[in-house]
Write a protein of this length. Structure first.
Length: 417
């Protein structure tokens, strides 16, 4: 295992470092980290000043048999130098290695750089991060003047993971990464619960919440509007059931801060029984909201696919065919729409009047048929991966979809409106 650490140019005082029942009397926290973690190699990052002023004394205390590699770094006076330090840290580790950091010493920016580098190496290089140790020397003055607690900051790296998961959710509405972090909390709570049935039950409710978030996310990504509605309608209940575990876990605080945003994003899409004929109008409205939800998050493939199916559903609803998943009815309606949309297009080209034969019940039928022609062509171009001689450019397809969705939003939901 490698230990990566910094040294500064300050005055080092001896203290007894305490970590997980172990202690080590030394002036240098990395020496204590060597005693606690027993690395085979220590990589020390030093500036020119530190190399001559502090490093010689440090090397005298390194345990026998521990390889020491010294790497010079700049003082971090500007952004370019900070990136040079980061590059030196990242270049010292190979993918899959087991590493630890001691970020106690060095210039003020160095501990932060070390913490960020540790987070990057864990996620980007898949390193096994054993610990990120910090000797809280100042805190020791408040507890015991002779002892300094050594704190492992590794759990705080999850804050960066929460940040990444929150960013993904805010941009795309995808909560799978949030769910993954909740599952980590569920496992930790389950282990800590041991034989406590109440705490085990609370851990199980965290797992249920994670499952609900994954179900919503998968349903949206795979364009399952009815499953999306059912899953989101039950989400608040899962949140409330998991609240005792969330409030009782310090590591779950980032998720608690995101709860309002999550519920505001998903709850408007919820409906407990979207295929109930008595609630057909509400279901059609919710489907249209999901199309808008996709567009707002630039999920254009999903938006185009659902918009095409929504047009069929809307016309079936206007014709009082409420079982929109009945395959034979759906096929017949699609045939009628295709036929009449072709006739409408021909009539427009010939500048002749058009009169619908089978869709007279549909309000704004000419608008609907014109919209169908445009939507069908746009959707086919997207869903068939542009396998045509004149595929649309991405920017043009997006602009076309935005216009289509605006027109869809203007179609009335009421019968015969």
């Amino acid at each position: 295992m490698k230990l990566l650490t910094f040294l500064g140019a300050g005055k080092y005082q001896p203290t007894r470092y305490i970590y997980q029942g172990q202690d080590c009397l030394t002036s240098f926290s990395p020496i204590a980290s060597c005693a606690f973690l027993r690395p085979t190699q220590v990589i020390v990052f030093v500036t020119d000043e530190v190399k001559t002023k502090t490093l010689p004394e440090f090397l005298k205390e390194v345990p026998a048999g521990t390889e020491v590699i010294t790497r010079e770094i700049p003082i971090g006076a500007d952004e370019q130098q900070l990136w040079q330090i980061f590059d030196a840290l990242a270049g010292s580790v190979s993918p899959g290695e087991e590493v630890a950091f001691d970020i106690t010493n060095g210039f003020r920016s160095f501990p932060l750089l070390g913490l960020l580098a540790a987070a990057f190496l864990r996620s980007g290089f898949n390193v096994n991060l054993r610990a990120v140790l910090y000797g809280a020397f100042d805190a020791s003055r408040l507890v015991s003047p002779d002892e300094t607690p050594m704190i492992d900051l590794t759990p705080m790296l999850t804050l960066l993971e929460w940040s990444s998961a929150a960013d993904r959710f805010n941009r795309t509405g995808d909560a799978r990464y949030l769910a993954s972090l909740i599952r980590q909390q569920r496992r930790a709570l389950g282990i800590a619960a041991k034989n406590d049935p109440q705490r085990k039950n609370e851990a199980g409710r965290l797992g249920n919440l994670a499952g609900a978030l994954e179900d919503v996310s998968h349903s949206l990504r795979l364009i399952r509007p009815f499953q999306t509605m059912r899953s989101t309608s039950g989400l608040s209940e899962r949140v409330q059931a998991a609240m005792p575990a969330l409030q009782g876990s310090a590591a779950s605080q980032p998720f608690l801060m995101l709860l309002e945003s999550i519920q505001n994003t998903y709850t408007p899409l919820g409906m407990s029984d979207p295929l109930d004929p008595a609630q057909a109008q509400q279901s059609i409205g919710k489907q249209r909201e999901i199309i808008q939800w996709y567009a707002e998050r630039e999920q254009w493939v999903q938006a185009a696919t659902l918009a095409r199916e929504w047009m069929v559903n809307w016309i079936m609803f206007q014709m009082q065919l409420f079982d929109i998943c009945e395959r034979d009815d759906r096929r017949r309606i699609e045939e009628v729409i295709n036929s009449e949309s072709h006739q409408y297009k021909t009539a427009c080209q010939k500048k002749e009047p058009f009169r619908s034969l089978f869709l007279r019940q549909v309000p704004q039928v000419e608008e609907a048929l014109e919209l169908w022609n445009i939507l069908a062509d746009t959707r086919n171009d997207i869903n068939h991966a542009g396998m045509r001689r004149d595929p649309g450019a991405p920017d043009d397809l997006i602009k076309q979809l935005q216009k289509i969705i605006e027109r869809i939003n203007r179609l009335p939901l009421e019968h015969g409106a």
